[in-house]
Each structure stands twice: as C-alpha cells, then as structure tokens.
Design a protein around this ligand. Structure first.
Ligand code: ACO
Length: 429
C-alpha cells in the first residue's frame, strides 16, 4: 500500500511538509502551514473559475468527461433516459434510490398536490411588462415564493425542508407555463391534477379555451427524456451558485432563484439558442464547409460543440440525437437538422476538432427538438430550469446536511494599493 501523502518542499525556505491525500485530493487549508515567517498568512491556491478545486463531497452525480460517462446515483443516464420518467428521477436524485411502485405513486401524488400557486403570486406575475422575458419572470417569481412560505427559512427542520422541496418541484412547471402565457398575452391555464407531471405542464402551455388539448404522446415522451437529461450535472455554474448562496442558510426559494439566475447566462443555459441562431446564419447545407473553415480560423465558435468536462461525445447528446429522429417523424423534419448533421459529420472528421477533443454537447440538438415542439427560443432556459430545479434542491439538501460545509467564502489575492491617506475633495486632481 503506497503512502497516501504528498510531500511539498518550499524552495523559499528549504522546509518540507507532508500532507495527507484523501480521495486523490489534499485539503487546501493544509497548505496554510507552508509559511516563510510566523506572521505569514500561509500558502493558498489560486483557482479562478474553480478549474481544479473540489468544493464538496457528493454522492449524487458522477461524470467521467474523458470517457463520456454520466450517472445519477450510479445509474447510467442512457438507461434512465430509456426506462425511467422525470418524476421517478427526481425521487432517485433526492433519496438516492429508485422508488418502489408505492413510493413512486405517493411521491407523484405529493408533487401533484403542490402544483398550484397562490393567487397573489399569479397577480405578481401579471404585473410584469407584456413582453417580459420568461426567464426573468421565472427567477423573480421563484424568489417571491419565499414571501409566501416564510417558514421555509427553518432549513434545519427535515419536515419543513421536505415541504419546500415538494413545493419547488411541483410549482416550477406552473410558474414556467405562466411566464410563457404572459409573454404571449394569453390567459394562464391552471394546473390539472388529473394529468401526469409532463402532460400537465404541456397542457398549461398550450391549451386554449374550451378546446381540449391533446398532448402528442411523442411530445410527452421527448420532454420526459429531455427533463431526465437536464436534471443534474454535478457542480455546474448554477448548482454551485445554489450551494454557495444556500450556504448562508437562506431559504431554498431564494437560493433556487440565484441558481436560476446563473442558468440564465448564455454560457450556461443559453447555448441551445445560440446553436439555432448559428444554423440560421449558415442558412444552407452548401455553406457548411465555409463556415467550418471560418471556425478553424478563429472567427467564431461552433456552438453546441465542446465542453469543459466532456472531452468525448456528451452522453446526453447521443440520446438527444436519437430522440430528434422520433420527434421529427411526428412534426416533420426541420431543414436546419440537415445543416446540423452535416456540421457534425465534417467536424467529427476534421483534424482541428479531433485534436481539441471537441464533440457535440447536450445543446447541439436540444434546441431543434424544443423548436419542433413549438417552444420559442427565449423559453429554452426556462425549459432547462424546470428539471434542473430537482438537481439544485438535491445538492442544496446534501449541502445542508454536510457537517463539513460552512458559509462559502473564497479568498483573494489582493493586488490593490497599500494603505494611503484620505485626500479632501478640494485637493484631488
Ligand atoms: N468551436 C471551435 N473551437 C472551439 C470550440 C468550439 N465550440 N470550443 C472550444 N474550442 C477550441 C478553443 O478555441 C481552444 O482552441 P485553442 O487550443 O487553439 O486555443 C480549444 O478548443 C479548447 O477550448 P477552451 O475554450 O479552452 O475549452 P473550455 O473547456 O474552456 O470551453 C466551452 C468549453 C465553453 C463549452 C467551449 O467549448 C464553447 O464555447 N463551446 C461552444 C458553446 C457551447 O456549446 N456551450 C454549451 C456547453 S454545454 C452546457 O453548458 C449545458
């Protein structure tokens, strides 16, 4: 058995330090004993964007970016996408095990009991400008939930926590659908508790008047799969925002609003929209080679390609590509799909992309499917936020129960002025 320690020699002082290695990491605070003098603060690491820092221990999601592996609680994403439902996956994420039949029925029923929102919350949503961006409405309305359930700040109580978890999972589709209807100037449709989670959401989105909206089965299947694929992705930008904000012990609604705000950014939840804009810009399959040449010359990026973690085909993209075929059988093929397929074909055989390990990511095909299902582009981040809420809240709960966690508070390298005396305004130049 090799010695599970790391020895560091500080060449400034010639001193050596031995620190334990656990799970392939050293504890960052162990570095603090490396000092040049007694009043030295001690060694820190500099890691902008947390490129190489584990901020927590987690048992939720496993990713191997080189091999293209994604698992929730040990279950491969491909198997979950094929065999499970989104509601079952929320249970798996939160409780760590797949539910029995009775557990699933109870869980589904409990979520269904929390789909309605307070009428005043609906009025609050009505107060947004007629063309308000649905994601801005979503973030603000989720934050406002904390004012309706002030007991939610009692995060140490497991019963209270459970209630807010159910409220969040149950209410986000309603808030999402209302934000869409508002943006379209259409009356809000209340939840129908006879429907499944996905069917209810699509009904709130698309049903009009007394006309009975028949949810196409392939839409229900596709959305179930897309929600499963988007439910969690370990310590991504929005999940780490959830953990970071939640570490102050604020209520989970406020923390979820912060996570959703992080998701709003184009580098995170907005990439599938960028893919559609890129396909529009290319316009025709015959322009693909010229576009690829431009990308290789550094004039823009191939959107929907590349990933910070995956240096292989994103396993979610594989599932989505297959799903796109099924959806397009129902809706007719989007001409942009042809361009996307040609882009992928050329990129995957081109030295530039092979060398940099650039493969299609989850966003390369998801936008095309969402568009085929009638969702407008500005709604894409909201569609991401609905399922990711279950991932956020799972990580929030794990963080709350983790005795090693404290309020998140990084250090900095201060490069500003040393002390200087205040100068009166009359003497300033
Ligand atoms: N098209 C062309 N070249 C690319 C692309 C791309 N999509 N992505 C990376 N590269 C190139 C970089 O220019 C760089 O080349 P160089 O070594 O010659 O300088 C090399 O590949 C490494 O790229 P980095 O930017 O260092 O990789 P990083 O891990 O920081 O970026 C990111 C990952 C942001 C996802 C990047 O690949 C990208 O911008 N992709 C397009 C946007 C996108 O699809 N985002 C969605 C990600 S999935 C999600 O968030 C749900």
């Amino acid at each position: 058995m090799p010695n599970e320690t790391l020895t560091i020699t500080d060449n400034r002082t010639g001193k050596s330090y031995e620190m334990p290695i656990s799970y392939g990491t050293i504890h960052a605070t162990d570095l603090r004993k490396i000092k040049v003098s007694d009043d030295d603060f001690g060694m820190m690491t500099y890691d902008p964007a947390f490129m190489n820092t584990a901020s927590c221990k987690s048992t939720v999601t496993y990713i191997d970016g080189d091999k293209g592996i994604l698992r929730y609680r040990g279950y491969p994403i491909e198997q979950l996408a094929e065999k499970s439902t989104y509601v079952e996956v929320t249970y798996l994420l939160l409780f760590g095990e797949l539910p029995t039949k009775t557990q699933l029925e109870e869980w589904e029923k409990k979520i269904t009991m929390h789909t309605y929102i307070h009428e005043n919350l609906k009025k609050l949503m009505e107060g947004f400008r007629y063309d308000a961006h649905p994601m801005g409405m979503f973030i603000s309305t989720v934050a406002a939930l904390s004012t309706f359930y002030p007991e939610a700040n009692n995060i140490a109580d497991p019963v209270v926590r459970q209630k807010q978890i159910l409220r969040l999972i149950g209410k986000v589709p309603t808030i999402a659908a209302f934000s869409y209807r508002h943006n379209k100037g259409m009356p809000y449709v209340y939840p129908n508790n006879d429907h499944s989670f996905i069917k209810n959401f699509l009904n709130m989105m698309y049903s009009i008047g007394t006309h009975r909206y028949e949810v196409p089965p392939i839409f229900e299947k596709a959305l179930n799969i897309l929600f499963i694929l988007h439910a969690d992705h370990e310590q991504n930008c929005s999940t780490s925002a959830m953990r970071s904000v939640g570490s102050s012990h604020v209520d989970p609604f406020s923390a979820t609003a912060a996570a959703a705000a992080a998701l709003y950014g184009p580098l995170h939840g907005g990439a599938n929209e960028a893919v559609l804009r890129m396909l529009d810009h290319i316009g025709d399959i015959k322009h693909v080679p010229a576009f690829i040449e431009k990308v290789k010359n550094g004039e823009g990026k191939l959107m929907g390609f590349g990933h910070r973690v995956y240096k292989n085909y994103d396993p979610r993209a594989k599932v989505i590509k297959k799903l796109a075929d099924d959806v397009f059988k129902e809706t007719g093929v989007d001409p942009k799909l042809e361009i996307a397929l040609e882009l992928e074909r050329i990129a995957l055989s081109d030295e530039y992309f092979i060398k940099r390990k650039l493969y299609p990511n989850v966003d390369f095909y998801s936008g095309l499917i969402y568009k085929a299902m009638g969702f407008p582009m500005e709604f894409f981040p909201v569609l991401f936020a609905i399922p990711r809420t279950s991932g956020w809240i799972t990580h929030w709960q794990e963080m709350v129960l983790d005795e090693e966690q404290k309020i998140a508070r990084p250090r900095q390298i201060y490069l500003g002025y040393d002390t200087r005396d205040y100068v009166g305004i009359e003497k300033r130049k």
